[in-house]
Design a protein around this ligand. Structure first.
Ligand SMILES: C[S@@+](CC[C@H](N)C(=O)[O-])C[C@H]1O[C@@H](n2cnc3c(N)ncnc32)[C@H](O)[C@@H]1O
Length: 306
């Protein structure tokens, strides 16, 4: 199939999936006034009372009215979630294809962040939400709705998460632009790393900026040339991968690169600067903490002894 045709058939498959989903929801609200009530609650301007969503909620007021299709479509548009690629595909092989779509009432209360602390997995019709990094008591739970490279505009809002605010306001915009305009990946990484030192950027903020340039780091680590040219001015892959994972939560692309680096180096504990514990921690950020060590190793294809 030609690329254009493949794109068209993917879009068509997604439309068909969306149509089937909308029909199912409309059927459900016709049958059940309680479902209609909960869906309308999502469209309110204010955050709905979570109490309302409990199965034994005292506020069980059924709506016996004709469903307003336009209003329901608006709710679905903003609150539906598609099944994440990792649920359906092997690590790193997201073909952008057609995954499931659904409305999970409680999960739809979760805001987006470009520095999320949770991920979701889909098992059948169920969604499992797990922490993708350590979460402080009282910290808001957030998902990444979209990959940061993709347009937030497609979701119809400008992201106001702490990472976006930091990168927009606190950042050294001109110097960052210089890094962005750098054609040579090695030089760009060196420029960024020198900037991070000069700006005294530490901890998560350092991780955020490295995450924003993750593709450039990858380009650098892919070939020996920049590493030979710039030597220690380019930080070790493990250091960057861990700082990115720490700052933006479990990220499949970072994990994939880390796994590839270990495999390329022929296995063995601590290869390429990656410690097994660090790798497993990254894996838990992507697949959840409940995954047993041995199962995680075989999922990642790491038959390595500590
Ligand atoms: C699925 S709802 C999330 C829950 C919703 N905020 C609520 O209170 O019920 C998605 C909507 O929340 C808002 N939203 C979520 N994350 C946001 C973010 N990082 N910055 C700005 N608005 C956000 C946007 O209006 C988006 O369309």
């Amino acid at each position: 199939m030609l690329p254009d045709q493949a794109d068209q058939s993917r879009e068509l498959a997604q439309l068909v999936m969306w149509k089937g989903f909308v029909e199912q929801v409309l059927e459900a609200v016709k049958r059940c006034g309680w479902t209609l009530r909960l869906i309308y609650a999502l469209s309110a301007d204010e955050v709905p009372e979570t109490e309302l969503f409990r199965p034994n909620s005292k506020e069980r007021a059924f709506l016996n009215e004709k469903p307003d299709v336009g209003r329901i479509l608006e709710v679905l548009d903003v609150n539906s979630l598609t099944e994440e690629a990792i649920s359906a595909k092997k690590l790193g092989s997201d073909d952008g294809g057609c995954h499931g779509v659904g409305l999970w009432l409680l999960a739809s209360l979760v805001n987006h962040s470009c520095t999320p602390n949770a991920r979701r997995l889909h098992i059948g019709d169920h969604m499992v939400v797990f922490a993708s990094r350590d979460v402080k008591a009282g910290e808001e739970i957030t998902f990444a709705y979209f990959d940061r490279r993709a347009l937030a505009k497609a979701w119809g809002f400008q992201c106001g998460c702490e990472r976006c605010v930091f990168e927009e306001e606190a950042c050294h915009a001109e110097e960052i632009e210089g890094v962005e305009g750098e054609g040579d990946a090695g030089k760009a990484v060196v420029r960024l790393e020198e900037g991070l030192k000069r700006w005294a950027t530490k901890g998560r903020e350092r991780g955020w900026l490295r995450a924003s340039f993750w593709e450039v780091f990858l380009e650098c680590y892919k070939s020996e040339k920049p590493m030979r040219k710039w030597g220690r001015r380019i930080p070790a892959e493990a250091v960057v991968a861990e700082s990115v994972a720490e700052a933006v939560g479990g990220d499949e692309r970072v994990l994939k690169a880390a796994v590839e680096a270990v495999k390329k180096n022929g296995g063995g504990g601590g290869v390429g600067g990656f410690e097994m514990e660090g790798m497993l921690k990254m894996g838990r950020g992507v697949y959840g903490k409940v995954m047993k060590k041995q199962a995680m190793r075989s999922l990642l294809g790491l038959n390595i002894h500590e």
